[in-house]
Design a protein around this ligand. Structure first.
Ligand SMILES: Nc1ncnc2c1ncn2[C@@H]1O[C@H](COP(=O)(O)OP(=O)(O)O)[C@@H](O)[C@H]1O
Ligand SMILES: [Mg+2]
Length: 210
């Protein structure tokens, strides 16, 4: 087996971290080796880049922002994701390349071809086997996120930006229905966790029958 790569995507407050925790618990219980990580972050470099990207005091241009995310992503793929997949683990990443296409592409208006080219270089073309897209109205997502602390630099962006990001994610789901599972993030937390586990568990049984 060559591992299974899963990403969570969706706007702020959609429940990505919540569902990642549920999935970790199920994987643990079922006895599959797994690795949980996130973007930006997941490596010493990525953690520093994350601080820069989320700092509400900093003004960061769209291209610089994208390149910073890409730097974090390149390091994460090289040092963490590929080695774990090589060991046959299930890798679950809270955000991945789709976030750049949605936020820096649909949201900030950068050229999608540039985004795809740089992302290809940064990841060596590594795509998740499965992307779980938690979709909800960004107004509701931001409301939810506001309960968990001070808004970061991206949560402070205006609502129309977040609406474009949502549409960007939905367009990606429509372009790659074989990879992206679109989930209504307003459904109850445990119901979503059950559906996610039925899909992931099904994939795992096919990949590594026991
Ligand atoms: N399905 C859900 N229904 C209602 N609230 C939820 C649901 N999933 C998560 N939440 C709540 O929304 C907030 C944001 O969730 P979180 O997992 O941190 O989102 P994200 O990681 O996508 O930003 C948390 O307070 C969490 O408890
Ligand atoms: Mg989160």
């Amino acid at each position: 087996m060559t591992g299974l790569f899963i990403s969570f995507e969706g706007p702020e407050g959609a429940g990505k971290s919540t569902q990642q925790r549920h999935l970790a618990a199920r994987l643990e219980q079922a006895g599959y080796p797994f690795l949980m990580t996130r973007e930006p972050g997941g490596t010493p470099l990525g953690t520093r880049v994350r601080e820069v990207l989320l700092d509400p005091e900093l003004e960061i241009g769209a291209l610089s922002e994208f390149l910073l995310y890409s730097a974090s992503r390149a390091q994460l793929v090289q040092d963490v994701i590929r080695p774990a997949l090589g060991r046959g683990e299930v890798v679950v990443c809270d955000r991945y390349a789709d976030s750049s296409l949605a936020y820096q592409g649909a949201g900030r208006g950068l050229n999608p071809e540039l985004l795809r080219d740089v992302t290809w270089e940064a990841t060596g073309g590594l795509q998740p086997h499965l992307t779980l897209l938690l979709d909800l109205d960004p107004a509701l997502g931001l409301q939810r996120a506001a309960q968990t602390g001070q808004p970061d630099r991206l949560e402070r962006a205006d609502l129309s930006f977040h609406q474009r990001v949502r549409q960007g994610f939905l367009a990606l789901a429509a372009q790659a229905p074989e990879r992206v599972l679109l989930l209504d993030a307003t459904r109850p937390e445990t119901e979503l966790a059950d559906e996610i586990w039925s899909v992931v568990g099904g994939l795992l049984r096919v990949l590594s029958p026991r």
